[in-house]
Ligand binder design. Structure first.
Ligand code: NAG
Ligand code: NAG
Length: 136
């Protein structure tokens, strides 16, 4: 193979590793605090602990992540709002995974009545926001 072609293939490969997940889909998870108070969010998987984050009212927090080959990764999100608490899988596969897409966007809206999820950041209320869970 000509050297130039090899260089080109290597360069293209590195660019795609740097910007996407290469073989597996990428998840982008956005969490917006739509309560009037601070909330605390703690996201972690089996291998990664993203730590506690305090979000002010209207505050946002996001993270992204390359899925595992088998698509079995889980990221649990723990949420505290005053005395209320809830835990849920923030990679909501049934809601956010879309056939044929390489990037799955999961938008979470944390509201006083509970947790809503959508694949688009649209204004609330909208039928695209599906109610996922109430506070515990
Ligand atoms: C995270 O925040 C919660 C709620 O404020 C608290 O109970 C917990 O101890 C904190 N965890 C860490 C590791 O700081
Ligand atoms: C969603 O859209 C609103 C309005 O454009 C914007 O202010 C907000 O930052 C966006 N949130 C996220 C998580 O992208």
């Amino acid at each position: 193979m000509p050297r130039l072609l090899i260089h080109l293939i290597l360069a293209t490969t590195f660019v795609s590793i740097a910007t996407s997940c290469f073989f597996t889909p990428k998840w982008k998870v956005y969490i917006t605090n739509a309560t009037p108070d601070n909330i605390v969010v703690h996201v972690r998987s089996k291998d990664d602990d993203l730590g506690n984050h305090t979000l002010p009212s209207s505050g946002e927090y996001d993270f992204s992540f390359c899925d595992s080959f088998l698509g079995t990764s889980r990221f649990n999100g723990e949420f505290w709002w005053g005395q209320k608490y809830q835990i849920l899988d923030v990679l909501a596969r049934s809601k956010c995974q879309r056939f044929g897409f390489r990037v799955y966007d999961c938008y979470w809206l944390v509201r006083p009545d509970g947790f809503y999820v959508s694949t688009l950041n649209i204004s609330f209320p909208d039928p695209l926001w599906s109610f996922y869970k109430a506070w515990g």
